[in-house]
Design a protein around this ligand. Sequence first.
Ligand code: PMP
Ligand code: GLN
Length: 383
Amino acid sequence: LVPRMQEFGETIFAEMSALAVRTGAINLGQGFPDVAGPEAMLEVAVEAIRAGEDQYPPGPGLPELREAVAAQRLGRYGLEYDPASEVFVTVGATEGVAASVLALAGPGDEVVVFEPYYDSYAAVIALAGAVRRPVTLRPAGGRFTFDPDELRAAVGPRTRLILVNSPHNPAGTVFTRAELETIAGLCREHDLTAVTDEVYEYLTFDGAEHIPLATLDGMRERTVSVSSAGKTFSVTGWKTGWVTAPARYVRAVQTVKQFLTFAVSAPYQRAAAYALGNELAWVEELRASLQAKRDRLVSGLEAAGFAAYRPQGTYFVQADIRPLGFDDGMDLARALPGKAGVVAIPTQVFYDHAEAGTHFVRFAFCKKDEVIDEAVARLARLG
Ligand code: PMP
Ligand code: GLN
């Protein structure tokens, strides 16, 4: 393994899901739903396979999906993108983010990320030979946020990119307009490009509004936005995502993407295009049901003795383990199947300043109510 990748072992999601399988514990670790996506959408994928759509689709994606994405960005956010030159399709948001970072940051360039960060960000920044500059999200008033001065201090002459994930996994924060203005102001001042990961764009609660960074003044021209079908339509295994950006960025990102995977499975593209156009009422039901599941899990975790942070979006809860007398989330996560028959994710692996996250574990609530209830009943025996 090349030196720049040596700090990266097996992902925490693989480790913890394997632990769940090995022990039979309830898996509230890796975030994937346990109910299917909309029936008619699944049928579109099946039909496409039956119709023989088995060969390479066009590299930039099927026109049908690119048009559906452009219509979604316009209809929901008022953002106009030309489907032919400003939208393209990727193997999930993961490849969208990876291709963007590889295309836009080179050796020695600095990339600002908010920690805890989604694990693939650190790895892909390392693959690019670039350097990550983490800005820590800390609890304040019941949610995780950043100190604008710390963000300002993280931007320097070598900064090329800022990676912005909102709604944020794993912190659960939906950045406010004021927070986004702070980020946008720095981008404008220092001529930075923003890469936004918006995979949880529909999964926000209590009226929290997802505001794409590209909608802020002067930001459309310097933002590469990434999203995917996985979370919105409960098909995390489909790995079908997209990038929307000004044409010069799309050309750059596509140059990289074409040599990573060239194209994306056609049947899933068809189904995602259908879903974006036809299944948003289903998504609203999913959102409402997730909000109730969030409250169910938060109450259960509190009853079990954790200090839980009620997320504004995503399907994850951060739980502080110190009230239960534990102090290291990694040790607890590894012991939890034995102690309680539950699997969680130790949040510390998503930090450079590990001490800021040592005492958090992340629980997923995209699960059937009875699964959540059984998990919290088991966790209640911990204290
Ligand atoms: N970004 C974030 C913040 C995520 O939580 C995830 C996990 N689903 C992804 C990207 C990956 O998305 P995809 O499966 O579309 O690659
Ligand atoms: N996004 C999922 C999570 O945060 C994990 C995806 C993966 O396994 N890489 O749980």
